[in-house]
Design a protein around this ligand. Sequence first.
Ligand code: AAT
Length: 291
Amino acid sequence: IMPGWFSEINPMWPGEAHSLKVEKVLFQGKSDFQNVVVFKSSTYGKVLVLDGVIQLTERDECAYQEMITHIPLCSILNPKKVLVIGGGDGGVLREVSRYSSVEQIDICEIDKMVIDVSKEFFPNMAVGYEDPRVTLHVGDGVAFLKNVPEGTYDAIIVDSSDPIGPAKELFEKPFFESVANALRPGGVVCTQAESIWLHMHIIEDIVSNCRQVFKGSVSYAWTTVPTYPSGVIGFMLCSTEGPPVDFQHPVYNIDEAENSNKSVGPLKFYNSEIHSAAFCLPSFARRVIDS
Ligand code: AAT
């Protein structure tokens, strides 16, 4: 990209493109999986772009990383083993590290360049890797999950890019089946589930796959992220058969709780009220998702 403006042009959101003013291009590289760019924007801090798609900005990453992490983890009590798929920047790790109950945090990110770039340019996200409970696996999340013994994890967070490129299979039914297998009874998964404004057809497929695979609860939540396409992004929350999980009513209050990792600072976005509110859907989305 050139100094000037970055526009996020992509067939997944035809006819529109959000733009950010570029102050300086800090990194451009090509990994085995994707093009990796970091630039300093005028108003959103540093920005990570993969294959032309914004993955995060320093200014609004809290809205995404806190919601994708705390909605599932506050819906169960005392999570001990947590798996993150994707999320190579470390932001979700940073959020998981707040829980003192957690004993093991595994992460499987496909692209080592994302991890290296994050450690160089996004220290507030890469701080997640400093937690001694974290084990990093560099590889494909689909293959990783196939080898996880049944019932291993209390929670799995799928912080994945869009279904064009290396994340394609992370939106398909066989992947959800391995997720369900890797969770304990009553365990929870939260996956990045696109925008109600742009991707109702994708969401409809995810919901229908998840209803078949997960015998506990299946719910859709969403949040605002100004630099994601259409300014909103959603999450698919599912639990396996076992102790029932009511995602809309958190059983743990992380904003009042002691923060086991003092180096990451207070929550910026998530609280118990916004957790519950995230499940209120506009009527057009409710018709598709709840039908
Ligand atoms: N937390 C930042 C938000 C992201 S990052 C998504 C990550 O998923 C990327 O680092 C990418 O390399 C990784 N990834 C993609 N495919 C796989 C795979 N098969 N296995 C493991 N990791 C993978 C998401 C931004 C959402 C953007 C919305 N438009």
